[in-house]
Design a binder for this molecule. Structure first.
Ligand SMILES: Nc1ncnc2c1ncn2[C@@H]1O[C@H](COP(=O)(O)OP(=O)(O)O)[C@@H](O)[C@H]1O
Ligand SMILES: N[C@@H](CC(=O)OP(=O)(O)O)C(=O)O
Length: 454
C-alpha cells in the first residue's frame, strides 16, 4: 500500500486533478491519498489557503467578507464545473464555509485555524466526489473520524502517539481514502492546523500509521535539486538522499518538503519519494535511511533569509557558571526560539528567526540582559541569511570547509558566522542577506560543477 500526497499545485485546477486521478488509476496500491488546498495555477496566482487567511482576517476584524468569500468559492466552483461535477459539491462547500464563518470568535486563533483548514477539507471532499464520478470509488475521510489527534495549544501542533493506532485502521477500507492534509483535532475536538506546508506532515503520519511501502509526495518538480532551481540554473538532480539530509535541507530552505514530514516516515522505516504530478514517469528523488555517499560529499546547498543576531559581550563570560542558561531563559520568557549560538570567550551571538521579534520584544530582551546579567554590550541586528551545505559524506572529506570559505571569499562577501554541528552533516554560514544568492551560486559551482549528482 502507498500513501500519495498531492500538493497545492497538483490540485490547483480541474486539469491538474485529472492528472492526479490518472496517477491514482495507474497504480492500484495507491490506496490513501492526502490532498492540499488548491494552490497556484500560475506565478502571480493566490493559493486558496492565502485567500482563506484573508477571509478569516476580514471576519475577525468585523469587516465585510462577501468578496473574500466569493474568491474562495469561485476556485472550487470553477474546478467542480470543469470536472463535470454537479452543483451538489459546490453547495456542500458553500454551506461548510458559511458554518465556519458563523463559528465562535472567542478564541481568534482557533477561529482562524478552522477557516484555514477548510481549504484542504473541501478539496478532499471535491476530489473524492470526482474520483467516484469517474469510477474510482473513493471516500472522504474527516481527520476527526479517522483519529488524527493533535496536542493542545500553546504547544506546537504535533500528532499524539494514539493517532498512529487510530489511523492504521484506514488500511481496511475498501474505497480509496481521500484525506485532507494540514490539520487534526485535539482530544476535546478543537481543530488545529500544522505549520504552513503541513499537508506533507499529514501524509507522513498516515504513511507511518498504515505501514505503507512508500510515501509518495507529488509536487510540481521532477525531483529534489541540489539547490533551489529559482536561484541556480539547471541544478543537479538528487536521485537518492537520507532522511537526515532532507530534514536539514528542508529546515534550511528547500521548500519542496516540510522538514517535520521526515520523522514519522523515518521512525516507521517508510521510504519517501518526491515525484512530479506533471511528469509522473520521471524517477523522482528517493529519501531513505542510508545511501552510498562516497561519490560526492555535499548533497545539497540551501539558503534561507530572515535571521537576526543578538550579540552579547561580557568580560569573563566563559567563567560565569549559568550565564548561558539565564540568557536563554530571557529568550524563553519572550517566546523566542534560537537556531545557533556561536561563542567566543567574552562574547556570544544568538541567531534567531526575525519573524519572532518585535521592536518591543527586542528592547525588553536587551534591557534584561543588561540589567540582570550585567553584560557590557548587547544589541540586535537583522538582515542575515543562513547558507547551509548538507551531506552525510562531509564528515569524511578533509578540506571541505576550506573549499567553502574560499568559494565565499571569491564573491567578496564577508562570513558573519560559521557553525558546524558535531554530526558534521551540515555546515552553516551566516551571511548578509544581500549576499545570499551570489554565495549560493558560487558554492554550487564549487561543489557541483561539472559532475552531476547521484
Ligand atoms: N532544492 C529544491 N528542489 C526542488 N524544488 C525546490 C527546491 N527548493 C525549493 N523548491 C521549490 O519547491 C517547490 C515545490 O514545493 P511546494 O510549492 O510546496 O509544492 P506543492 O504545491 O506541491 O506542495 C518547487 O516548485 C520549487 O520551486
Ligand atoms: N495549504 C497549506 C498546506 C500545504 O501543505 O499546502 P501545499 O501542499 O500547497 O504546500 C499551505 O498552503 O500552507
Amino acid at each position: 500500500m502507498k500513501v500519495s500526497k498531492f500538493g497545492g499545485t497538483s490540485v490547483a485546477s480541474a486539469a491538474q486533478i485529472e492528472k492526479v486521478a490518472n496517477i491514482i488509476k495507474a497504480d492500484p496500491s495507491r490506496r490513501i491519498v492526502v490532498v492540499s488546498a488548491p494552490g497556484k495555477r500560475f506565478d502571480n496566482d493566490v493559493k486558496v489557503t492565502d485567500l482563506l487567511i484573508r477571509l478569516a482576517n476580514a471576519s475577525l476584524a468585523g469587516e465585510p467578507v462577501d468578496r473574500a468569500l466569493d474568491d474562495v468559492l469561485a476556485r472550487y466552483r470553477d474546478i467542480a464545473l470543469d470536472l463535470g461535477l454537479d452543483d451538489g459539491i459546490t453547495s456542500i462547500i458553500a454551506d461548510d464555509l458559511a458554518r465556519r464563518l458563523a463559528a465562535s470568535k472567542e478564541n481568534p486563533s482557533l477561529y482562524f485555524d478552522q477557516l484555514k483548514a477548510s481549504g484542504e477539507d473541501n478539496s478532499a471532499k471535491l476530489i473524492a466526489a470526482y474520483l467516484t464520478s469517474i469510477g474510482l470509488p473513493a471516500e472522504y475521510i474527516n481527520p476527526q473520524d479517522g483519529g488524527l489527534v493533535v496536542n493542545n495549544p500553546p504547544a506546537r501542533v504535533q500528532a499524539l502517539a494514539e493517532s498512529y493506532a487510530n489511523l492504521s485502521q484506514l488500511r481496511n477500507r475498501q474505497a480509496i481514502c481521500v484525506f485532507p492534509g494540514f490539520f487534526g483535532f485535539t482530544e476535546t475536538g478543537m481543530l488545529r492546523t500544522f505549520d504552513r506546508g503541513g499537508s506533507d506532515i499529514t501524509g507522513s503520519i498516515l504513511a507511518a500509521a498504515v505501514g505503507a511501502e512508500l510515501y509518495e509526495n507529488f509536487t510540481d518538480v521532477d525531483c529534489v535539486f541540489a539547490a533551489n532551481p529559482k536561484a541556480v540554473d539547471n541544478p543537479a538532480e538528487i536521485e537518492k538522499m537520507t532522511y537526515r539530509e532532507m530534514r536539514e535541507l528542508s529546515y534550511a530552505g528547500f521548500a519542496v518538503l516540510h522538514d517535520e514530514a521526515l520523522m514519522p516516515a523515518f521512525k516507521a522505516s517508510v521510504p519517501v519519494c518526491i515525484k512530479n504530478t506533471n511528469n509522473p514517469f520521471s524517477k523522482g528523488t528517493m529519501i531513505v535511511a542510508e545511501r552510498d555517499f562516497s561519490e560526492r560529499p555535499v548533497t545539497g546547498i540551501s539558503a534561507d533569509s530572515g535571521f537576526s543576531t543578538l550579540y552579547v559581550s561580557k568580560y569573563l563570560m566563559n567563567r560565569e557558571i549559568g550565564f548561558g542558561r539565564k540568557l536563554l531563559q530571557i529568550l524563553e520568557d519572550e517566546q523566542v526560539s534560537y537556531e545557533h549560538i556561536p561563542s567566543g570567550i567574552d562574547n556570544l551571538s544568538v541567531i534567531v528567526r526575525s519573524y519572532q521579534l518585535t521592536p518591543g520584544k527586542e528592547q525588553r530582551i536587551v534591557d534584561r540582559i543588561k540589567n540582570e546579567l550585567h553584560a557590557d554590550d548587547v544589541s540586535f541586528s537583522g538582515g542575515f541569511s543562513m547558507v547551509v551545505l548538507v551531506g552525510e559524506g562531509m564528515k569524511y572529506s578533509t578540506g571541505l570547509a576550506a573549499r567553502a570559505t574560499q568559494a565565499i571569499a571569491r564573491t567578496g562577501a564577508n562570513i558573519e558566522m560559521i557553525n558546524q554541528g558535531s554530526s558534521e552533516v551540515s555546515l552553516v554560514f551566516g551571511v548578509l542577506q544581500k549576499d545570499e544568492t551570489k554565495i549560493l551560486q558560487e558554492l554550487y559551482s564549487e561543489f557541483f560543477t561539472p559532475v552531476f549528482a547521484g
